[in-house]
Each structure stands twice: as C-alpha cells, then as structure tokens.
Design a protein around this ligand. Structure first.
Ligand SMILES: [Zn+2]
Length: 80
C-alpha cells in the first residue's frame, strides 16, 4: 500500500533548499524560514494549510487514476 503514499515537498524559490526551519513547539503564528538561505516562507499555519491542499489534490489525482482503471476493467467485463 505504500505505493500510494502522499508526500508534500517544499522547495525554496530562492535557493532550492528543501528544509524549513521552525522554532521548537511552533504555533500557527511561527514564521518558517529556509534553513539554507534564511528566506522567510510565511506563517507555519499558512504553510500547513497549503500542504493539506497539496495532499488533497494529490489524493484526488490518485483516486481519479484508480477510478479510471476500474471503470476500464468493468467496461471490458461488460463487453464480453
Ligand atoms: Zn532558501
């Protein structure tokens, strides 16, 4: 089942860094900065919301893909 695992990746627009740095025990108002170049990437709460949205879109894409495959399989059965 791990094939359908959803990962949301972050990439800094300035330096391409992929690690966000947050203070210990961050709250939604904590500001996340790029660990490589220090660029601010906004509030942790906003980033979490964006991540959820990306994960949701990805889940939707996977579901559509599976659904298309199932529909195809069923139409093959029906045409026999
Ligand atoms: Zn950066």
């Amino acid at each position: 089942m791990s094939r359908d695992q959803i990962t949301v990746t972050f990439e800094c627009l300035d330096c391409g860094g992929t690690v966000l740095e947050l203070p210990d025990n961050p709250t939604d108002d904590s500001v996340a900065v790029c660990k490589t170049c220090g660029r601010s990437h906004g509030r942790y709460g906003d980033i979490k919301a964006k991540g959820r949205e990306m994960a949701l879109n990805e889940a939707r894409r996977i579901t559509d893909e599976h659904f298309a495959r199932i529909t195809k399989a069923f139409s093959r059965l029906g045409n026999r």
